[in-house]
Every structure is written in C-alpha cells, then in structure tokens.
Ligand binder design. Structure first.
Ligand SMILES: Cc1ncc(COP(=O)(O)O)c(C=O)c1O
Length: 434
C-alpha cells in the first residue's frame, strides 16, 4: 500500500512511462504500468496536433495487427492516460473525450473517490467467487435496491451477460408461474435498432400488442433510449402500451438500461423519465466506472422463481468491482449531480442546434441529457476522423450516419463549448467526402 500511494502522488509523463511498460514483454509488472493506469497528476507534453504517427504508436499498432484477432476496426490512436475528460496518447497528444469508453467512464478519468475505492479494496481483497459472501457486493445490492424499483439484484460481468441472465430468469419465472402448463411462454420480443435482438419495429405499438397478446411471450426487452441503434428515444405512449400489454398477458417488461441508465439521461434511471416501471432492468457500462460489471435488477415476484444453482458466474460481483461501483453510484445518485447532467445536456443540445443547423448534412439532433445523436444524411466517419485530428473523440451509431456524443458525465460547459466548436469547424469535411 505504501509504495502504491507513493507512486500515485508523483506527477506522470504518460509518453515516457507507457513506452517502458509496453516493452515489458516477459510478464514483469513494473511501476510504469501502475502509474500509467492510475492517471493521477498527468501532465501531457504539449506536442501539438500535427505530430505524425510514428514511434511508439506505430509500434503498438503493428504489433496489434500481428497478435490480436482482427475483430476490431480500431481508430489509429494508442491511448495511455487520462485526467478528467481528457485522454492522452503515447506521443502526448491531448484529446477531449466524448466517448467515455462507449458510455462507460461516467466519472471521467482519475476520479479521486473512485480511485480510493479501487485502491483500498485492491489492497484488501479483489476476488473471492460467489462461493462466499463479501461486504461490497451486499452493500452495492442494497444501494441499487434502495434507489430503484427493484427488490433484488443479480450481478454479471457485462451488459450482454446481464441480458442473457434476464432471458433465463424470464423463462424460469414463466415456468414457475405456470407449473401446470405444458408450453409456458418462452419467446421474446426485441425491437429494431436495439442492441439485443430485433423482432419488430421500435415504436410499433399495434404490432407489439398483438404479439404480446399471443400468450407466447415470456418478456419484452426494450431500451428506453437506444444507444448503438442511433440515439432513438421511445415515446411515453409506446412504453406505457408495452407495460399494459405485458400486464394483461402475464409477460415481463425488461428495460435494457446498459447504455442509457445510471444518470446519463439526467435521471438516475431512464425509466424515471417515462414514469413506466419495468419488471427487470439490466445495467452495465458505467456502473463500476470502467471496471467490468453487469447487473439485473428485478422485483421480488421474479426473484422468487430463481433458486440456488439456476445461474451463476465466477467473477461477477467481486469485492473490487463492487467497491468501485459503490463510489460511482454514490456520486451519480446525488440529486445535484443529476441536475447538472440535465442542465449540461440541454445546454449542449441547444448549442449544437444553434451551431450546426446551418449544415445541409444535419438531419436531426436528438437525445436526452448527455446521450446525444447528430443524424447526418451521409456517413459520419469523415467527420469523426476530422474531429479526432482536431483533438476531439466522438463515436458513430446507427448505420454509421449518426455522430454519438456520450461524454463523461462530469464534463464542464467549457469543454462542451470546445466540443461544439470542433464539430462545427469540421463539418465542411462532409462536403468534401460526398
Ligand atoms: C443497450 C446495450 N445493451 C447491451 C450491451 C452489451 O453490453 P456489453 O458490451 O457490456 O456486453 C450494450 C453495449 O453497447 C448496449 O448498448
């Protein structure tokens, strides 16, 4: 502990430390790696934005191409450290980050309370498996139950695992609630543009109602605000209709809040923005502030159908991730924090509308809080690339025609001004790429 504290208090030059840690090829764990990961007091050398890709970046990218399975079309940036809403690459270039590790790093980089929670727990106990009880897991579950509709929590390691667990729980619930039925409801509905599944068109109330009423549907999965799909918000009427159709047919309503939950909309949970309460809710991305976690929150009547041995995970809900998540939840659930997200979201959306409305390529600017999409009439990638070259990191969504803005929730208005300015300055690239 003493030596880690000592390292954390030093100021760090990301470029030099990362170079040495990258070269640690024989499994050594050097101080450089620890320093680079923890991001305290990062001072980036001001190399300007015109530094070409060479040196360490090039080395890392080439090595990646040889030893990693090619599942990712990565952007050519090798990141080494971060502070607040800024990221630094190995050559010391600074980027304003509106990606947050795909809506994960809600507290940005180097939040002192998150780091304290991680450091203290890492020094005490990291992993025990679910064979044993541990205090952080129970404490986190109590907090989640206290601040949501749910009575109980199941932990997983990712959003996909959370949704898979919810599928299993829904089927178990239907079997449990209809013990005499030979064929209890086992099917699911999901919607177009959603992360998981796409049975029918998002927003089509009539079609959804008809299928739910067939009696075959165990559960309906829906994102109140779709992230990857292109930042589409459900209407209140749509979610209310799903709620009533599920109630009438005995199907469960599951909200996938993996991307839109936990403060991103300015509400702690996106369902609060609609006044429609689900039976289960899946969470992941921001919950542990950058460490892998997922969770399924549910009512008692569903949990009553689940028994020991029905589902499980070796890593899920370990003391380290749970202690980190407690720090995240503590901060984000503060009403003042949520108000600031709403205020900044509105400020940013208004600013973008004002600045970008003159562009013929902008079809719509939409979203709630700090999950905002700019739909274009052309592919967004030239704009995303131009922004990156100007020091701004943004994502695409939808069919690649939506710029997705999901910054750390701690971003300042000045940083949002800067982001809007860079987006505005880079817009002409869309004319060139036509
Ligand atoms: C709404 C939604 N659900 C589920 C997932 C899957 O989460 P993970 O990548 O953690 O498995 C994602 C990932 O982007 C998502 O956006």
């Amino acid at each position: 502990m003493t030596s880690l504290r000592f390292l954390l208090n030093g100021s760090i030059s990301p470029a030099t430390d990362l170079r040495s840690s990258f070269r640690l090829e024989n499994g050594e764990c050097g101080g450089g790696r620890v320093k680079a990961c923890l991001n305290l007091e990062v001072r980036a050398p001001d190399l300007g934005k015109n530094v070409g890709f060479g040196g360490l970046s090039k080395e890392v990218m080439e090595a990646e191409g040889k030893v990693l399975v090619g599942t990712y079309a990565r952007v050519p940036v090798v990141l080494s450290s971060g502070k607040g809403c800024k990221l630094y690459d190995v050559e010391g270039r600074e980027y304003l980050d509106l990606t947050a590790g795909i809506a994960v790093n809600a507290l940005g980089y180097g939040d002192p309370d998150w780091m304290k929670a991680v450091m203290e727990q890492a020094c005490k106990l990291t992993h025990v498996s679910n064979v044993f009880y541990s205090i952080p897991q129970v404490k986190l579950a109590k907090l989640l139950v206290a601040c949501s509709f749910a009575d109980r929590v199941f932990f997983s390691n990712s959003g996909t695992e959370a949704n898979e667990a919810a599928i299993k729980f829904a089927r178990k619930f239907q079997r449990f609630s209809h013990p005499d039925e030979k064929q209890p409801a086992m099917e699911f509905i999901a919607f177009s543009h959603s992360f998981h599944g796409r049975t029918m068109e998002y927003g089509n109330i009539q079609a959804a109602r008809e299928l739910i009423q067939s009696g075959r549907i165990a559960a309906v999965f829906v994102e109140p605000i779709q992230g990857e799909g292109g930042i589409y918000s459900a209407t209140k009427e749509f979610l209310q209709s799903l709620r009533s159709a599920c109630d009438e047919a005995g199907a469960l309503l599951v909200f996938d809040e993996v991307q839109c939950g936990l403060g991103r909309t300015g509400y702690l949970w996106a369902y609060e923005a609609y006044g429609v309460v689900p039976d289960m809710m899946t969470l992941a991305k921001p919950l542990a502030g950058g460490l892998p976690i997922g969770a399924v929150l549910m009512t008692e009547r569903i949990a009553a159908a689940i028994n020991a041995g029905d589902h499980g995970s070796t890593f899920a809900g370990g003391p380290l991730v749970c202690n980190a998540a407690i720090a995240v939840l503590d901060k984000i659930s503060n009403p003042g924090f949520l108000t600031s997200v709403s205020k900044k979201g509105k400020y940013f959306k208004d600013l973008l509308m004002q600045k970008l409305r003159g562009s013929s390529h902008v079809k719509e600017i939409r979203g709630l809080g700090l999950i905002i999409g700019i739909e274009l009439d052309v592919p967004a990638s030239p704009l995303v690339d131009a922004c990156r070259n100007s020091g701004l990191l943004v994502l695409t969504a939808g069919k690649g025609n939506v710029v997705r803005l999901v910054p750390p929730l701690i971003i300042s208005e000045q940083e949002l001004d800067r982001a809007a300015e860079i987006l505005f300055e880079c817009m002409p690239v869309l004319d060139e790429s036509k």
